[in-house]
Each structure stands twice: as C-alpha cells, then as structure tokens.
Design a protein around this ligand. Structure first.
Ligand code: AHR
Length: 602
C-alpha cells in the first residue's frame, strides 16, 4: 500500500478525543470502582431497588447472623435503618466475598452504641485473618480500627460479635491503598487501569443512570455529597442499589487525579423514556412549576465545582477537603432522550439558564442514538437552533457498520455544533471488534476538527453482575480483566495529536471493499513534538506500506507498537519495540493488525 502523508495539508484537531464514559452499570460503582468492601454497609437495601419482587433484596442483604433491623433514633434521617445485634455475631460477605491482600492495611469503621464488639476478618473456612476490639459508648459514636489480614484470600467475610445488645450502622472496610491514597477512595487496580488509558475526560454518572427510571429516580447530585451517612441512597435504573459513596466529590477528585476534564451529564428535566412507568415521565417531565428549582440544582453543581470556598456550594466542596475550585469546563444536558415537546421545553430552559449564568461553561446537548433517525434529526434541529457548542451522539453497532461508516463525519457541517461521541461500541470483545473500532477511530481523528470527544461505553463490568454486553474492562473482587478493545482505546489515549496530517492510501487492488479495510491516521502531538502514525489492517492478508514522508525530518529510531492476532480471539495485546524509523515506515502489517508508530520530528 502506498501511503502518503502530507505535512503541507494539516488541520488542528481536538486534543481530547479519547476519554471515558463512567456509568454505574454492571456494579461499576458499589462493588466496583468505589473502594468500599462491605455490601449494604448502611442496611438501606430495599425491595424497591429492584424491579420485580426478590424477597432476599432487603435491608439485611449480604448480612447474616443474630440481629434485627431498627429505625428508632438512627444516625441520620437519610439513613434510617440500622442493625441491633442481640447476641452472638453478624457477618457480611461483601460483594461475592471480600478480597483481601496479606499484610496490607484496611481501615475499618463503624457507628455503634452498646456493648464491647470484636471485629474479625475471616476466611471461608472460618479462620481468623485479622481482629480488633472496639468499645462503643451508650450513644452513637464512630469507631475505627486498622485490620491487617494474615493471608491473601478472595472470599473472606467480616464478622462483628458483641457481648450484649449493640446497635451498628455504616460498617465500612476500605483498603488503605486506594487510588492516590484518597480516603473514601477508589479501588486502585481498577483506577490505575483507567488512568493508563490517559483519558482526557470522564463522563459521569451515565448513561441512563443520569436521567433515571421515572421522575423520582432522576440522579440528584446533591444526594451524593457530604458525610457518607447523610447521603441519600437510591434505586439504580440498572436494577440494584446505589449507596452514593462514589458521589460528585469523589468524581471531581478522580478527574483531577487523572488530569482529565470532568463531563457531568444531567437529566434534561425528563427521566429515561424506557422508564418502568412506561415512559410516562418523559411524557410529563418534571412539572413546570418545579423546574426553577431543578434548574437551580444544575447551577448549584457548577458553583459546587467552581465557586469560591465562601459561596454556598463552594463551601461544601471546601468542607469536603477541596478549597480550590475543580475548574469544571463542561456540562452535559440530557442523555439519549426522546425528543418530545416536553423534553424540548425543559431542555431549552436548562441550557439557556446555564449559558446565561455561566457563559464560559461549554454545554453539551443531546441528539441521542443515531439509529433512531427521527429523534436524532430532531435533536440536531434544536442543537442548531440553540447553537450548542457540542452535542452528544450515541451508537452501538456491528463491526461491519463501523467499517462501512468510517467516513461518518467526513461530510459533517463544520459550521454547526461539534460532536461528543459519548457512547459507542461494536457489540463484541473479539479482536475483530477492537480492530473495527481502531479503524473507525482513524476516521474520528481525521474528523477531529468536528468531533471533539469520543468515549467507548460502557467502561466497567463486574463479573456475575453484567447487565450490558459488551464492556471495556471486566473485573472480579481481586482481578482486573481489560478487554482487547481496551488496548485499542489505551493506544489512542496514549497517542493523541493536536494536528492532523492529511493522509491517503493507494492500493494496487482498487476494490473498494479491500480499501475500506485499511485505515491510516497521522497526527502531530504538540507536547512531545512527535509524529504518530496509526495503521489498521483488517484484511486477512499482510500489507506492506510504503510511506512517503518527503516533507518530514524524523529521528532515526521510532517506537513501533503492534497488536495482531486471530480476529476471533480476545488475546491480542500491544507489543512495543524500538526500531529504525525507516524500517517502521515500511514494515509489513500482518493480517488483522493495528500498529502505532511514534517518532520525534526534528
Ligand atoms: O451504556 C449503556 C446504556 O446505553 C446507557 O446507559 C444509555 O445511555 C445507552 O442506551
């Protein structure tokens, strides 16, 4: 293949093309990224968390032993239930067992009143791995202990025994080693895996979670801040319980720790059209008389993120330990909504209010899923009218669709809103899927002047709790299992550009079906001054590129990263070697491969 890259024809592209879509789906938050190891620590699981009746899903979920649930004089009105242990012991099994590492320290904490308690971490066979004794008072008091298990296990449980009647609540166990060692922090192995993608932004809290299952389930950010016992837990639209322990403060902190922009997405005054009330919420939306209050909530979020430490909401951020503003730049309004009159009225109202009060905040609108034509067009009509800077598009399609539509953005009108491709994936975790996504992303980079951001979705899935296939990173309590698609995202994330260099491919075989299966994208990264060329070969045969770099002077050696392998398998992984630049530019691309060549320009 003849590949010419032309430095004379270049254009500026978005340098924040790849980021992550975090949604609390598949146990991505509780039992996932959130470091808490105790499930249902506050005894607030409720039958109403789940659709359909599952009697086991109640305030005692994940607990066993001799106790009863009480509501008299709780530690906080938002957290009405607690357990009274009468005799013997109470145990918690965490999320499918508690995974512990030998000799690492774990912070245990509990609100208790009553008699002396012994706290033990126990292995599946009953062996005690760590132990502490606590002495509660006669009124509620928070007590702490550090536990250091003697063994590495994946299926421990926590046991609290007492010598007499004792009330307990907010029973918590965190590894001391969280991401960046934050208190109430994130699971370090998962967070590190995300960090390695070098995400330029993090979207939160969804997805459908953002607009919720019916009017009363719209995600309310104010319920997710402040002391843990005062947060308001909620039913998750994905059919489980949200403790809100990973709330807006932890999210903003995570973005800062990653060096990524926060992209919070808030409901446009309407819940999910697929709500279990049959979409009645979308039909009616938040009553107009309550909309001022709802709009104010959104403005308050911006103040919480960016306001001075003396402002009403900025003060709450400062109290949580972050006096400096988080410097929020983006806000998303709406998620894949049905574009109805009810939606439009509320959406316009919110967008206008944000633009008026915070003209510097970049508002990202929604145009929904591409394959549902009418709503998509309607979404664009409103976006054009409001002159929105960016709109959020979603599509989950087959790999063939991604290959056939790699020119999706070539014809986009550059005078209109830019695009945040907020959710996309090619329905599969085989290498073929990952390659189709890699190929599509060459098209996204080529159109990086109109596509501002893109995020694969969903990001995380805990095995045994997968509600949506396919995902980017699977995990258990002790293991992280990034998919082959993850490595494509990581290579894009680690090799972004600021300038796109026009490139073209000439093949001896002029068959269109063949040429569609080879992709190239060449970018220049301003920070490092590197030239980065990405090549994708989705053909069953090797291709030998012959790159024409007449206009460039490059360093003698290049970093050459290759992923190749059986497209039906999931095992291809990137391998990097240092090789002569000349060799890198003419190296045969194996069948089914993705190569990234990175070289200093001199
Ligand atoms: O990513 C999973 C779901 O797909 C999101 O919650 C929703 O926005 C989309 O339909």
């Amino acid at each position: 293949a003849q590949i010419s890259i032309n430095s004379q024809q270049s254009k500026k592209i978005s340098n924040m093309l790849t980021g992550v879509f975090f949604e609390d789906i598949n146990y991505a938050a509780d039992g996932g990224l959130y470091g808490e190891l105790i499930q249902n620590r506050d005894f607030e699981y409720a039958l109403s968390d789940k659709k359909g009746r599952d009697e086991k899903w109640n305030a005692t979920m994940a607990w066993s032993g001799d106790f009863k649930i009480s509501k008299d004089n709780p530690i906080h009105p938002n957290n009405p239930n607690y357990a009274v242990v009468t005799k013997g012991a109470i145990s918690n099994t965490g999320f499918d067992g508690i995974a512990l590492k030998a000799n690492e320290k774990y912070d245990f904490s509990i609100f208790a009143k009553g008699e002396k308690c012994t706290v033990k971490l126990k292995g599946a066979n009953g062996e005690t791995l760590a132990e502490a004794v606590l002495k509660p008072a006669i009124s509620w008091k928070k007590l702490n202990a550090v536990l250091k298990p003697s063994k590495t296990v994946i299926d421990a449980h926590l046991e609290i025994s007492t010598t007499g009647e004792t009330s307990i609540d907010m029973i918590s166990l965190f590894p001391q080693k969280t991401f960046k060692n934050r208190k109430n922090g994130l699971r370090s192995d998962l967070a590190e895996t995300i960090a390695e993608m070098h995400p330029k932004f993090v979207r939160f809290p969804g997805g459908c979670v953002a607009h919720g299952d019916g009017l009363h389930n719209i995600y309310k950010w104010k319920n997710t801040i402040g002391s843990l016992e005062s947060r308001v837990p909620s039913r998750n639209i994905w059919n489980y319980h949200q403790s809100m322990g990973l709330g807006y403060f932890e999210y903003f902190q995570f973005c800062e720790d990653l060096g990524a922009e926060a992209v919070p997405v808030l409901a446009a005054g309407v819940p999910c059209q697929n709500s279990s009330d049959g979409g009645a919420g979308q039909q009616f939306g938040i009553p107009m008389e309550d909309m001022d209050e709802y709009v104010q909530d959104i403005l308050d979020l911006i103040e919480y993120a960016n306001g001075s430490a003396t402002s009403v909401w900025g003060k709450k951020r400062a109290e949580a330990g972050h006096p400096k503003p988080f410097n929020l730049k983006y806000i998303g309004i709406g998620n894949e909504d049905l574009i109805s009159d009810v939606f439009e009225e509320r959406y316009r109202m919110i967008v206008k209010a944000v633009q008026q009060k915070y003209p510097k905040i970049i508002v990202i609108g929604t145009v929904g899923p591409f394959n549902e034509g009418t709503d998509y067009n309607e979404g664009w009509r409103i976006a054009n009218d409001l002159k929105l800077p960016i709109v959020d598009e979603h599509y989950y399609q087959s790999p063939g669709w991604f290959i056939n539509n790699q020119d999706f953005y070539d014809g986009y009108d550059r005078s209109k809103s830019k695009v945040y491709l907020g959710e996309y994936a090619s329905w599969g975790n085989k290498f073929y899927n990952a390659l189709a996504e890699a190929l599509y992303l060459t098209g996204v980079e080529r159109n990086g002047d109109v596509v501002a951001m893109a995020s694969y979705a969903p990001l995380l899935a805990r095995e045994k709790h997968v509600q949506w296939n396919t995902d980017l990173i699977y995990f258990t309590g002790s293991e992280v299992k990034p998919t082959v698609n993850y490595f494509v995202q990581k290579l894009y994330g680690q090799n972004p550009g600021d300038v796109y260099l026009q490139s073209s491919i000439k093949l001896s075989d002029t068959n269109n079906e063949v040429s569609k299966r080879i992709g190239v994208s060449a970018v220049q990264d301003n920070d490092s001054g590197d030239l980065i060329v990405k090549l994708v070969n989705l053909l069953p045969v090797a291709v030998t590129p012959s790159m024409d770099f007449a206009n460039f002077s490059t360093a003698e050696n290049a970093a050459y990263t290759l992923m190749s392998g059986n497209p039906e398998k999931t095992t291809a992984r990137p391998v990097t070697q240092k090789i002569a630049t000349k060799e890198a530019f003419s190296k045969e691309l194996p069948p089914y491969s993705f190569a990234v060549i990175r070289v200093k320009m001199i």
